[in-house]
Design a protein around this ligand. Structure first.
Ligand SMILES: [Zn+2]
Length: 243
């Protein structure tokens, strides 16, 4: 088991940790700030730092095969032989990449609030995010962009809390996603609340206030199938950069 520091504080960029084991898959630590790919959100990249200055690049982070396992995937060609179990190190994420994940992830919650239909797919990367809605009505790109901009300007606080599985069972309308079910069996479910805007189970990383989402635009709306409308989000600064 790895202590998941990112669940309580998404702003942590680094932590001290101890190596539990290393194998061909990657490095497992006793605690980490690295978010493992899941719930549609991409995994973190970053670096593991030894006290003597040696650095080990982490290309991605995934869940292991056992519940609660987090595997730090070392970049190609990185030799892990200097990381035996018990090694003390600093685990530091790529702050810019994570910041993008947090902005986009929070923006997908804003989109959920604007589009009152179930979600049947989600992908959050550092360059774009996409959300698939189970619906056949058309969606207006411009109106959605304006809706997101309004919720960002209104600066709603964003926070998480834990509810019991019984509480979730009593309020099934909380679950917006058809494709990602909240993890069961731990007795508690993490819910993400954007005050006055959105409330749903979510284990991902988010900014602390919708104002921090910044300039996010709907770059594309697609009809993926008779009952799926796909919405792609991008950063306005990237769109401007493309000229
Ligand atoms: Zn979320």
């Amino acid at each position: 088991m790895t202590e998941e520091l990112f669940r309580e504080d998404a702003t942590l960029l680094e932590c001290s940790a101890r190596v539990l084991c290393v194998d061909a898959d990657g490095v497992r630590l006793d605690r980490t700030v690295f978010y493992p790919q899941g719930g549609g959100q991409a995994g973190d990249a970053g670096v593991l730092l030894l006290a003597d200055g040696r650095e080990f690049a982490v290309a991605d982070t995934r869940k292991g095969t056992r519940p609660g396992e987090i595997v730090h995937l070392l970049a190609a060609g990185v030799d892990a032989s200097a990381l035996p179990p018990g090694t003390e190190l600093r685990a530091r994420i790529d702050a810019q990449r994570r910041r993008s994940h947090m902005r986009f992830h929070t923006a997908t919650h804003l989109l959920c609030a604007l589009v009152p239909h179930p979600v049947d797919g989600c992908s959050i990367t550092d360059r774009y995010a996409r959300l698939d809605f189970h619906m056949n009505e058309p969606l207006d790109k411009q109106l959605l962009s304006e809706g997101i901009a309004r919720l960002v300007a209104e600066a709603h606080p964003v926070h998480h809390r834990w509810i019991s599985e019984a509480e979730l069972d009593a309020t099934p309308q909380l679950v917006r996603s058809m494709s990602v079910m909240p993890p069961r069996g731990q007795g508690r479910i993490r819910v993400l609340e954007i005050d006055g805007v959105d409330l749903q189970p979510c284990g991902g990383t988010h900014v602390a206030n919708t104002a921090e989402v910044g300039a996010v635009l709907v770059t594309k709306v697609e009809k993926k199938s008779a009952m799926t409308r796909r919405v792609i989000l991008g950063f306005a600064e990237a769109a401007e950069g493309r000229g």
